[in-house]
Design a binder for this molecule. Structure first.
Ligand SMILES: Nc1ncnc2c1ncn2[C@@H]1O[C@H](COP(=O)(O)OP(=O)(O)OP(=O)(O)O)[C@@H](O)[C@H]1O
Ligand SMILES: [Mg+2]
Length: 335
């Protein structure tokens, strides 16, 4: 699916905005705060279903009471999303839905400047990042994740209650073990697939013989649903003292290693950037392998953070995709 144009009304700082896209590479150039990332955000909403950075109520232009996004594809199809302060509606082929239908979701590789710090970010930010990527690999991942998160929130609410009994948690424990094991298995298998390509992809960027690994760090070792449930039940006392759930996949993390040493704290800035670039290239390969669709590439102001070799590498790698780039200045953009 190739985007032909995008139109915005009351979206962030844009009262009205229109962009005609090229089939290959489009560049959105403008000073800080002029609304470049917002355009990518709007595209993301109509391709993935929701923003990557904020709830809809924060997106409506201040002082107005709705927003509207229209995305037209090269094949003539047109998708619209509106939000009126309470309800978001997707208008797809004369039908209205509250969620973007699965068959209208389109894979996207989003590259934000903050992704370049993924290795040194908090575990929570890393989990968020990989959750977004794995949801692109497989829609069932995001379904499991949202069911897990809802149950976790309920269980944590109950744990704040001083007179809680173990039995009151049972139904939530069941849901957590079902989806927790599912998420664990999917994460384990996706990380394995990424690892199979990580070192060679990195070496093609860095032009050296370094070895890169991505380790999946989890408490859940070879657990089935039954054992997961038992662990949750056994942590009842500790959880009720602490007021939150101390066991489960919501505590997972992902650790990058460079030549068998933990990259956070030992890898240089340049090495970290090359690792992230390699990760992005692999994401695009795996999405294509799994969905048979070439992802749309959204590059948000990342060129200013990269040196000439890595910029060229990025452009060359994605030359067969539709790419939309934002930048503050032309100088850093190899187009
Ligand atoms: N709901 C809103 N209503 C009006 N303006 C908003 C709203 N939310 C954010 N803004 C403003 O919109 C502007 C555009 O933000 P955006 O992040 O898209 O800018 P940008 O061009 O990507 O900037 P930078 O180059 O600094 O990354 C900012 O000035 C921001 O403060
Ligand atoms: Mg921006």
């Amino acid at each position: 699916m190739i985007i032909k144009s995008i139109k915005l009304i009351n979206f962030r700082n844009h009262s009205t905005y229109q962009l005609e896209c090229k089939e290959e590479t489009s560049l959105i150039l403008g000073e800080n705060g002029c609304g470049k990332t917002s355009v990518l955000e709007a595209i993301y909403i109509l391709t993935r279903g929701k923003s990557f950075r904020a709830p809809d109520r924060d997106i409506i232009k201040n002082g107005t009471d709705y927003y509207r996004i229209e995305l037209e594809y090269m094949n003539g199809e047109k998708n619209i999303a509106t939000y009126d302060g309470t309800t978001k509606t997707f208008h797809i082929l004369d039908k209205k839905t509250k969620r973007l239908p699965k068959n209208q979701k389109y894979p996207v590789i989003l590259f934000l400047p903050s992704d370049l710090n993924l290795i040194t970010h908090s575990p929570g930010r890393r989990r968020e990042y990989f959750d977004r990527v794995f949801s692109e690999f497989n829609e069932t991942y995001s379904t499991s994740l949202s069911k897990y998160n809802k149950a976790l929130k309920q269980r944590n609410e109950l744990l704040k209650n001083d007179f809680l009994t173990k039995d009151a948690l049972f139904s939530w424990n069941l849901i957590l073990s079902k989806y927790g094991v599912d998420l664990f298995r999917k994460r384990q298998s996706y990380i394995k697939e990424i690892n199979q390509k990580l070192t060679t992809t990195y070496q093609s960027i860095a032009k050296n013989q370094d070895i890169i690994e991505l380790k999946y760090k989890t408490d859940i070792i070879n657990l089935n649903e039954e054992k997961y449930l038992k662990q949750l039940e056994e942590s009842f006392q500790k959880d009720s003292y602490l007021g939150h759930t101390t066991f489960g996949v919501h505590r997972d993390d992902y650790i990058f290693k460079l030549n068998h040493k933990i990259a956070d704290g030992s890898a240089s800035r340049g090495e970290c950037r090359s690792i992230i670039l390699a990760l992005k290239f692999i994401e695009a390969d795996l999405i294509y392998q799994k969905t048979h669709q070439k992802p749309l590439i959204l590059l948000d102001d990342v060129f200013s953070e990269l040196d000439e070799t890595r910029r060229r590498c990025l452009i060359d790698n994605f030359k067969n995709h539709q790419v939309i780039i934002t930048s503050v200045e032309m100088r850093n953009t190899p187009l």
